[in-house]
Design a protein around this ligand. Sequence first.
Ligand SMILES: Nc1nc2c(ncn2[C@@H]2O[C@H](COP(=O)(O)OP(=O)(O)OP(=O)(O)O)[C@@H](O)[C@H]2O)c(=O)[nH]1
Ligand SMILES: [Mg+2]
Length: 265
Amino acid sequence: MGSAVVRSTVRRSRFSVTKKQRYEADFVRGTEETRSDSSGQQMTSQNSGPTAGVGEKREHLYKILVIGELGAGKTSIIKRYVHQFFSQHYRATIGVDFALKVLNWDQHTIIRLQLWDIAGQERFGNMTRVYYKEAVGAFIVFDVTRSATLDAVVKWKQDLDSKVQLPDGSAIPCVLLANKCDQQKEGLVNSPNKMDEYCKDKNFSGWFETSAKENINIEEAARFLVNKILQNDQIIKGNGAQEQSDGERFALNQSPTNTKKSCSC
Ligand SMILES: Nc1nc2c(ncn2[C@@H]2O[C@H](COP(=O)(O)OP(=O)(O)OP(=O)(O)O)[C@@H](O)[C@H]2O)c(=O)[nH]1
Ligand SMILES: [Mg+2]
């Protein structure tokens, strides 16, 4: 995933997956697959209901934000999750970058996660309102070796909650990622109980210690967030018979494999 600057192209409030991406994602249906986009073309998030696909598979497209301070590891987490790749080399993201992860959620359901990798420096810019639009979930990432990046988390959360909400006005589910857990930790993150309290207090859905380098807890955190999004989707869509049957189906997947120091508040 390159660091294509799309600042100038992201103007509309509604975005759509490019034809190429849809073709690629369709092509890989049946397996868990990943695709990313650094072309700078507009992507769309329809967060709309499931659509019937070939072989009667249901599809959900969810826009997920990945935000947090500079150098916290947002791009690295996405690269690990989408490409199973890690590099020590730091190249700051400029503006926003995108990646698409296709999950073969269950026999009947495909979930496309449109991951918006927003540059840490954007907290000081005025584009986040545009980038956040129509997101249904978020990760806020901090670096466990630099407690200042945890101090800044609350500002990111406030920015997020003030600029994007679910249709019923509630906050979108947000998971806190304590990244670089392969290294020496500094501050609050050394006390899991205090982190639990912190998350509850700040209205995070949960938190996970992660390492993009060692591939720790990234898939688990994503599965946890997707489960929260699916629950909200069901609530928002009401109690139609079809949704109820979806609910039964999703219930099969609702226990995230929480490994290593994580909580769901
Ligand atoms: N040891 C270790 N290093 C990591 C980990 N994740 C990221 N890094 C390193 O931290 C640096 C910054 O990572 P990025 O993923 O570019 O950070 P970012 O949050 O995308 O930064 P911005 O794009 O500037 O907002 C890079 O040198 C990465 O190699 C991790 O889990 N462990
Ligand atoms: Mg980055």
